[in-house]
Write a protein that binds this ligand. Structure first.
Ligand code: FES
Ligand code: MG
Length: 592
């Protein structure tokens, strides 16, 4: 009897400190009584069953994730069937396309709010409901900091969009439609209808933009059940996955399987490999680095070059390819990609996943689907398709997505010698300045111009804006020049097929070299040496630096000011720097 008591004590759940503390009936009563007011019983709460949070990211203002409100019923059924007690709670909404000034500003706010809930309430494990771009990293960053058993449930992409017999993909169609509008090939209604056709159902973006990329990478990290990421939101399998995810988190609590067991350096390296193979969004490096830093795993921006660049592109999805989420799913989704990478010897099989097994064991059941959509490693879409990490006399690091450089762009801009471009810059001070002046003929924009945008990094345009894939002026579009080389300290949408030089760190607003550029400066971009240099004397650069004064920042909300005072650069994940010191807080800082 004493032995079984001791065993019970040994496996005492965290939630029991709230709901079943014999030494403090006063607080126990207080913690329990209000949980009863919607029908829970004291018997349940004191049964010793694990209490599982469902971190709800869906709401009416977060439509990409709204489907999670319905899915939660299946998740709860799974939790109940496995012997747990589900408690659903909201975290700060993040809507990529609707939040001003940027959704990126809110990633770290949602992270903070999730940490507070996981730390401060009686939860033994959590289901992370991911989907729209920043919701996935925010959830994983929070789970990493608190380090309680956690599992990702993706909401899934929307069904494929169609318009007049053609596939229309989220975001990607917007960039094409804007060019048609600028050239007068579409009227207002036609433009609106074409863009809206890409959103035919509940779910997140159906292209391999940031949402599908980050959910795929959450799976590659080992944080969701195999096959979770690609199931389109309306498919029956999505509800079934919600149920199985609910069941699995209860077992993970019993096994004490925690994020730190899963999100290891090996898992992050596998994730970088997978990112290249799927043609992942340029937003993934900062998000994945942020998750790693909150997990206490060292991961540098240069790792994306050394680990990821030589990996080929296997997935033929927009924006790097042709297809959308449904085809990706039918072709086998992430397990089919990972199985290819495993057979090619590119994965570290020491990484375990939420199943408790290693990735090789998980991939035993991976199906081989449509080879048009997910190619064999030996016959890829593109060789050496990972990100290129650039540096030079203007910045420490920047990201370029090689998989979206098409032959026409390479022929036009990167011919002499191969993969080198020399031209003059035209500098814009932000997206408003770009929109005001891009059609100004006195700027002299031609095919030898690099469009530069600055003041768009984490501090400059708080959060960092998705604006670097700037469209050329209409006169150039009419000549058939539909893209120019672009660079900036902001980001671009993962749905964009533009080979921009992005995420330049440090940004102009904190005194990065981009702040010193002037329109007309000659610049050289060399993809062979991965260098971008402004071709002006060092003395001139130094004189400009001496004359530089930091821009006056207008904080429009309290959070903008707090965020700007703590945020780091995109090259190191755009984290709240003080928060990265809080590792595994339940263990290292003691239970509350
Ligand atoms: Fe939310 Fe793309 S805008 S997923
Ligand atoms: Mg985006």
């Amino acid at each position: 009897m004493a032995g079984s008591d001791q065993t019970k004590k040994h496996f005492r759940l965290r939630s029991q400190r709230w709901f079943d503390d014999p030494e403090d009936p006063g607080m126990t009563a207080l913690y329990i009584e209000r949980m009863l007011n919607y029908g829970l019983t004291r018997g349940e709460l004191q049964s010793g069953k694990p209490v599982i949070g469902i971190a709800q990211t869906g709401s009416d203002i977060a439509p990409c994730n709204r489907h999670h409100i319905e899915l939660a019923a299946r998740t709860k059924a799974g939790i109940r069937d496995a012997g747990g007690i589900p408690l659903e709670f909201p975290i700060h909404p993040i809507q990529e396309t609707g939040k001003r000034p940027t959704a990126a500003l809110d990633r770290n706010l949602a992270y903070l709010s999730l940490v507070e809930v996981l730390h401060g309430y009686p939860l033994d494990g959590v289901v992370l409901t991911t989907g729209c771009d920043k919701t996935t990293p925010a959830c994983l960053m929070g789970a990493a900091t608190v380090n309680i058993p956690a599992i990702v449930l993706s909401g899934g992409p929307m069904l494929d969009g169609h318009h007049k017999g053609q596939l229309t993909g989220s975001g990607t169609i917007v960039w094409a439609a804007r060019k048609q509008l600028a050239q007068g090939l579409l009227d207002y209604n036609g433009f609106m209808e074409l863009v809206a056709s890409s959103a035919p159902s509940v779910g997140h973006c159906n292209t391999m933009g940031t949402a599908l990329s980050m959910n795929s990478l959450a799976e590659a990290l080992g944080m969701s059940l195999p096959g979770c990421a690609s199931i389109p939101a309306p498919y029956r399998e999505r509800g079934q996955m919600a149920y199985e995810t609910g069941r699995r988190i209860v077992a993970m609590v019993a096994e004490n399987l925690r994020p730190s067991d899963i999100m290891t350096r090996a898992a992050f390296e596998n994730t970088i490999v997978c990112a290249s193979a799927i043609g992942a969004s340029t937003n993934c490096p900062p998000h994945i680095i942020a998750i790693a830093r909150h997990m206490g795993v060292e991961l540098a921006i240069e790792d994306w070059q050394t680990i990821g660049h030589d990996i080929p592109l296997l997935v033929d999805c927009q924006p790097a390819g042709r297809f959308l989420g449904e085809a990706f799913h039918r072709a086998g989704g992430v397990p089919a990609v990972m199985a290819e990478l495993l057979r090619a010897g590119k994965l570290d099989t020491s990484a375990i996943t939420v199943t408790g097994k290693n990735i090789a064991q998980d991939l035993d059941t991976a199906v081989e689907g449509d080879r048009e959509v997910i190619r064999a490693y030996a016959a890829p879409m593109k060789e050496r398709a990972g990100f290129v990490i650039l540096s030079g006399n203007l910045f420490d690091n920047a990201v370029m997505k090689v998989s979206v450089i098409d032959d026409a762009f390479r022929r036009r801009f990167l011919t002499n010698p191969p993969d080198v471009f020399e031209g003059k810059v035209v500098v814009f001070e932000g997206p408003e300045d770009y929109h005001d002046r891009i059609e100004d003929p006195t700027l002299g924009i031609d095919a030898q111009t690099v469009l530069v945008i600055r003041n768009c990094g984490p501090v400059g345009y708080p959060g960092s804006a998705e604006v670097v894939n700037m469209q050329p002026p209409a006169a150039l579009l009419a000549q058939g020049i539909d893209a120019l080389p672009t660079m900036g300290d902001g980001r671009q949408s993962g749905t964009s097929g533009s080979p921009s030089i992005l995420n330049i760190s440090p940004e102009a607003a904190v005194g990065g070299g981009l702040a010193l550029l002037k329109s007309g400066d000659p610049i050289r971009i060399d993809l062979n040496t991965r260098k971008v240099d402004v071709l002006i004397p060092d003395a001139e650069l130094a004189a400009r630096r001496a004359a530089w004064t930091p821009p006056k920042l207008l904080h429009k909300t309290p959070w903008e000011e707090i965020y700007r005072s703590m945020v780091g650069q995109l090259g190191t994940g755009g984290c709240l720097e003080p928060a990265t010191m809080y590792l595994d807080i339940l263990t290292t800082r003691g239970e509350s």
